[in-house]
Design a protein. Structure first.
Length: 205
């Protein structure tokens, strides 16, 4: 297996990938063997590398060592910070080959491309309805199960979706986050603002 003249003399016999050091090959082999020797004492989740366990432990400890210098938001992983920074820089590195629209995240691009392909990968086992995104399917399933996991702490009313709960909470808080740019009038719901805006566009001189 070793080739002294090669920069990466250690080869995986399973997939052919090569490595510069034997111990790196040994760690890689755990992908094929399924061995995960590093276990979390809090939730018993296991990992191939100790470094992965160390990062995972931050979920339990609350440690977020990577902080955004612009807004101060902190993250568990440096990769998460790098993605977050695109909000401030405006970088959108993932571009749709069909329409040219760009996105911050690759998974957002993947979801977007399904608009062009018409692909609906997630099907409801109860009624057969199909959805482009898994989150849409999960929300739909609550129709069949009657599940309403989001409860109002003030009046106890429950909702199937978190967005519905957030809309409901405005009844108690009085919050009106949707403001008219023309006259300044505010509304609890975007739909109410949209309806109101017609009063300006329909006005005759």
């Amino acid at each position: 297996m070793r080739k002294p003249n090669s920069e990466k003399p250690f080869f995986c016999v399973t997939c052919g990938k090569s490595f510069s050091r034997k111990h790196i090959l040994n760690v890689h082999m755990r992908i094929h063997s399924g061995e995960k020797p590093f276990s979390c004492g809090s939730c018993e989740k296991s990992f191939i590398k100790k470094g992965h366990l160390n990062v995972h432990m931050r979920i339990h400890t609350g440690e977020k060592p990577f902080t955004c210098g612009t807004c101060g938001k902190s993250f568990i992983k440096k990769g998460h910070l790098n993605v977050h920074m695109r909000i401030h820089t405006g970088e959108k590195p993932f571009t749709c080959g069909t329409c040219g629209k760009s996105f911050t995240l690759k998974q957002t691009l993947d979801h977007h491309t399904q608009i062009h392909t018409g692909q609906k990968s997630f099907s409801c086992g109860t009624c057969g309805k199909t959805f482009r995104l898994e989150m849409y399917l999960l929300n739909h399933m609550k129709i069949h199960t009657g599940e309403k996991p989001f409860s109002c702490g003030t009046c106890g009313k429950s909702f199937g979706r978190k967005t519905h709960l957030l809309n409901h909470l405005r009844i108690h808080t009085g919050e009106k986050p949707f403001s008219c740019g023309t006259c300044g009038k505010s509304y609890k719901h975007r739909s109410s603002l949209t309806h109101h805006m017609k009063s300006h566009t329909d006005e005759k001189p």
